[in-house]
Design a protein around this ligand. Structure first.
Ligand SMILES: [Ca+2]
Length: 408
């Protein structure tokens, strides 16, 4: 809808210029002068701006309190983005197994990063027998590079596909880890396996005493391949995005001990044994990955409280807004940048209040564009360098279903 509004605005500008009796502008002049047209006239609210270019399959973004933006690349590097460039040589080069979707995935900075310099990564590797496994490793920042690695959680089944991989610290100071089913659906229902789970561990890798299952890092189970974690700014409750089988990609509200259905059901099956998704993609495909609740002032006020997540195969940013006071139903949903930037892997909120996201067009499944992969940010249209207007793409094909289905 908004894309149409922009075109109308440009056409109007051209017409007015022609009628005013001034020299008729050449097409290129029209294009150049059209960019700063007061955007409210066209209904455009936000734009995407390029933050960094030429990354290779970036997977996770994390801002340090000192302003450094850390990014993992799936092949095994951690880079620091400074002044619009991903710095070389890389901040860290980690030996990982890179078959299929596997490799260096999640990254989280310690809540006390300023004092202890700890950062945590999730990656796939081949064990001595050649089997693919995943683990969480803590590194320490020395100001220029990562040193002093220490494995804090191991034994997470890996596979060519479905390795999960998101790491985030919750408001409770615990480290949450998403794991896929490692291409073996039954493991998601096996509480003795770490596959198909969302885990909750202490910073040193030990298991919190208030976890739902005794002496276990398992926090929730029955997951196929969750890749996004975010906590609602008002309730502090956890939400996760998850790749569904064919369609039925999910947004789940995660509770301790919850069973989210895989491989028996997906979406909102209404089966009392399992928890239904808060929202799912129906027959459409999002292939959802990194997620963030928007909780700042820099973007227009309607953005506050939106859960924004990257869609890989869906090639857009999707958002859902949940209904107060318990946030178990979808109130509104939409999407941005449909097919504009390609596959999108991660979304985080920066300390400047803008939303940052990373493309994943070099992951073997995309159509790379010039300068890929990119890190971009969403800024208000009058807030900086306008590069791409955000056209809304919230048509029926991308509608989030599940509104009205209770979450137990
Ligand atoms: Ca499910």
């Amino acid at each position: 809808m908004r894309a149409i509004a922009v075109l109308t605005g440009l056409a109007l500008l051209t017409t007015l210029a022609g009628c005013a009796g001034v020299d008729a502008p050449t097409p290129s002049t029209v294009a150049a002068t059209a960019t700063p047209v007061p955007p409210t006239a066209a209904g455009i609210e936000v734009v995407s701006e390029v933050v960094a270019r030429e990354l290779k399959a970036p997977w996770a973004l994390a801002f340090a309190p000192d302003g450094r933006l850390f990014v993992t690349e799936r092949g095994g590097t951690i880079r620091v983005v400074k002044d619009g460039e991903a710095q070389s040589p890389p901040y860290a080069q980690i030996e990982v197994a890179t078959v299929g979707e596997a490799g260096l995935l999640g990254l989280a900075l310690d809540p006390e990063f300023e004092s202890n310099g700890y950062l945590y990564v999730y990656h796939t590797y081949s064990d001595n027998g050649g089997a693919l496994m995943n683990r969480v490793v803590r590194w320490q920042d020395d100001g220029e590079k990562a040193t002093n690695p220490s494995v804090i959680l191991d034994g997470i089944p890996g596979a060519r596909y479905h390795n999960g991989g998101r790491l985030k610290f919750g408001p409770d100071g615990k480290l949450y880890v998403t794991n896929g089913d490692a291409n073996s659906g039954g493991l998601a229902q096996d509480l003795n396996s770490l596959a198909g789970k969302i885990l909750r561990i202490n910073k040193d890798g030990s298991f919190p005493e208030d976890n739902p299952f005794p002496n276990s890092p398992v926090y929730s189970y029955g997951h196929r391949n969750p890749q996004g974690l975010a906590w609602h700014p008002d309730t502090g409750e956890l939400y996760a995005t998850e790749h569904g089988p064919v369609g039925r990609d999910e947004v789940n509200r995660i509770v301790a001990g919850g069973n989210y259905g895989w491989p028996t059901v997906s979406g909102d099956a209404g089966d009392a044994r399992f928890r239904d998704a808060v929202a799912h993609s129906g027959v459409d495909t999002w292939a959802p990955s990194g997620a963030a609740f928007y909780d700042a002032e820099a973007l227009p006020p309607e953005w506050r409280g939106r859960l924004v997540f990257g869609a890989l195969r869906g090639q857009r940013l999707v958002w859902v807004k949940l209904r107060a006071p318990d946030y178990r139903f979808v109130e509104e949903q939409g999407a941005l940048f449909a097919r504009r930037h390609g596959r999108i892997r991660d979304v985080v909120q920066g300390s400047d209040g803008y939303l940052y996201f990373a493309t994943s067009n070099l992951d073997g499944r995309g159509s790379p564009k010039e300068g890929d992969d990119h890190i971009l940010r969403i800024a208000p249209v009058n807030g900086g360098l306008s590069r791409h207007e955000a056209s809304d793409d919230s048509g029926p094909a991308s509608a989030a279903r599940g509104a009205g289905s209770p979450v137990r």
